[in-house]
Design a protein around this ligand. Structure first.
Ligand code: IMP
Ligand code: MG
Length: 173
């Protein structure tokens, strides 16, 4: 890992997040309550910025999952560190992720929520969509931007727990 380069500036990223929120508002409407589930730790920044632009009554829940460890490749094993959620039957639910890479993490969480909590509607929003690395059929319903096979950091995304606080998306050359 050498120089950190800017992939998406803070200003550009803000526009993309606003755009995702507009689509979510259009899809769910402004009247019905929405439960937003933030997947910690990575989605913390995207989620807090996204919810500012949502127009319906919003509840925020958090789950904590881990799949990488100190590597730039998914370990393939998902650790569910905290899956505490309230009853979601008959609720509109939006899972908010930082990045969907292989798709293993989001598939695990989606299957868990659908089978055990049976929400009325379940949609997925991710800040970054790494389509090339997908090994299953899961696709986000809403995403901020697409990224090729780069390992990116910033705005919640880490490399070995560092860089989550960057206000932009960077990558290493
Ligand atoms: P997946 O299960 O392979 O889809 O991986 C999802 C998780 O891997 C994300 O929530 C991130 O925490 C992490 N991840 C995947 N790609 C990157 C990256 O480029 N930078 C930082 N973290 C990543
Ligand atoms: Mg994550």
């Amino acid at each position: 890992m050498k120089d950190l380069k800017v992939l998406i500036s803070e200003e550009e990223l803000n526009k993309k997040i606003k755009n995702v929120a507009d689509k979510i508002n259009a899809y769910f409407g402004e009247n019905e309550e929405l439960t937003v589930i933030c997947v910690l730790k990575g989605a913390i920044m995207f989620c807090t910025h996204l919810v500012k632009y949502l127009k319906m009554p919003v509840k925020i829940e958090c789950v904590r999952l881990s799949s990488y460890g100190a590597d730039t490749k998914s370990s393939g094993k998902i650790k569910a560190l905290d899956l505490t959620l309230p009853p979601l039957e008959d609720k509109n639910v939006l899972v908010v992720e930082d990045i969907i890479d292989t798709g293993l993490t989001i598939k695990f969480l989606k299957d868990y929520i659908e089978t055990t909590l049976k929400p009325k509607k379940l949609k997925i929003a991710t800040m970054a969509n790494k389509k090339m690395a997908r090994i299953n059929e899961v696709q986000p319903d809403f995403y901020g931007f697409e990224v090729d096979d780069k390992f990116i950091v910033g705005f919640g995304l880490d490399y070995d727990e560092i860089y989550r606080n960057l206000p932009y998306i960077g990558y290493f050359e």
